[in-house]
Design a protein around this ligand. Structure first.
Ligand code: HEM
Length: 137
């Protein structure tokens, strides 16, 4: 019997679409993005991506927040809200391209509120373990 190839099943799926898109993203200049700055025609930049949120009516933070970043770079605003990993994955649904001359940043590397909680818990566990170690010396 012939050996089965381990990656036959996954050969068509991209394990990390955020980092390495299969189809090269269309590039837009900052000037072009700036023109899409009104309700119904609303783009903004997010970590080097261009997102079109014109049809994103059920944004949990409300549709109005997009007006503050319309045609501009909304990366800092997006990061400040501490969006969840679910929200970061959802961004992909609105990506239409990348900003010319900019690198596409991995949004998952931005601190997630759940990740921060896990980090605090991990530090507490390490401190307790160290305390116990020295206490029983
Ligand atoms: C395509 C881009 C975006 C997506 C997919 C998105 C998605 C989401 C999602 C799923 C939530 C619910 C909470 C969570 O899961 O984190 C949320 C909440 C929120 N978002 Fe966004 N968001 C985007 C861009 C932005 C931007 C640019 C801003 C600010 C200008 C913003 C402001 C907020 C606010 C204020 C909340 C409510 C937070 C709260 O209730 O505590 N979002 N967003």
């Amino acid at each position: 019997m012939s050996e089965s190839s381990p990656d036959t099943e996954e050969s068509n799926s991209n394990p990390n679409p955020e980092a390495e898109p299969l189809v090269p993203l269309k590039e837009y200049t900052i000037e072009e993005i700036a023109k899409h700055n009104e309700e119904g025609n609303l783009w903004f930049m997010l970590g080097g991506r261009v997102v079109n949120v014109s049809a994103f009516d059920d944004h949990p933070g409300g549709p109005d927040v997009f007006e503050s970043v319309a045609g501009k770079d909304g990366t800092d605003d997006f990061e400040q809200i501490c969006h969840s990993n679910t929200a970061k994955k959802q961004v992909q649904d609105y990506v239409i391209g990348k900003v010319k001359g900019q690198e596409v940043k991995d949004l998952m590397l931005i601190n997630d509120s759940e990740d921060s909680t896990s980090m605090v818990l991990a530090i507490i566990v390490v401190l307790i373990a160290l305390g116990a170690y020295f206490y029983f010396q």
